[in-house]
Design a binder for this molecule. Sequence first.
Ligand code: FES
Length: 268
Amino acid sequence: MTQVSEAPGRTRAQIAEKTFRQDPWWRQPAIVVTLLSLWVAYATVRVFMGHYYWVPAYHYLTPFYSPCINGECVPGSSTLGHWFPAVPPIIPYAVISLPFVLGFRLTCYYYRRAYYRAFWRAPAACAVREPHEKYTGETRFPLIMQNLHRYFFYAAILISILNTYDAVDAFHGKTGGVGMGLGTLIICVNVILLWAYTLSCHSCRHITGGRLKNFSKHPVRYWAWTQISKLNARHMQLAWTTLGTLMLTDLYIMLVASGAISDLRFFN
Ligand code: FES
């Protein structure tokens, strides 16, 4: 009869080497650290810049400033109106949405895996010794806050609706009426991908198909769960793609708003 004399956690191999792996296991965490750091640096600069976020001729608003609620927001850019007097961008102009967007991404199951491995090295990769002596999981503060993800998901749905409004508003022609340019296209692609990322969330999948005892009695929820499961299989790719499209959308609008480039107009 096999006897287990110690708890599973203490029966891990006690080896002195950091790892026996021969492959470049460090490559993926290094790429994640580099890309996420670059993105956070770019977004931080842009959020606090307070300029070049709105193109009045075509109604292009960067997602980093939506909704623009500061009294400093230029005329036309405030979809939901001004919520407080003009203050410098030491407080981001989209202060009501950014904490939720940030919270949604930070507590995302995929990003958690990525930054736990890349930044906290807990562990950095499979079969690589981690530098921490203790692991308490997500059962204590602050990591217990990760369980708020579902509530951030609800907020993300509202923000996606707002982004959709901004995309429709971007079909604005230079002489009024309907128009379309490269900026409109970039904004629309970004919003579609943001919806795909949001709906591919694990919480969304659970909300649509979870806690059901019998799928055959809930055909609509089963259909929705099936579609969301397909998206969910691409959640990691969507997480990275949307970081890229967010940055590209903001960069394009900044260049047009600052006059560095002209928008390529398809009509009006
Ligand atoms: S699991 Fe990634 S957004 Fe919900």
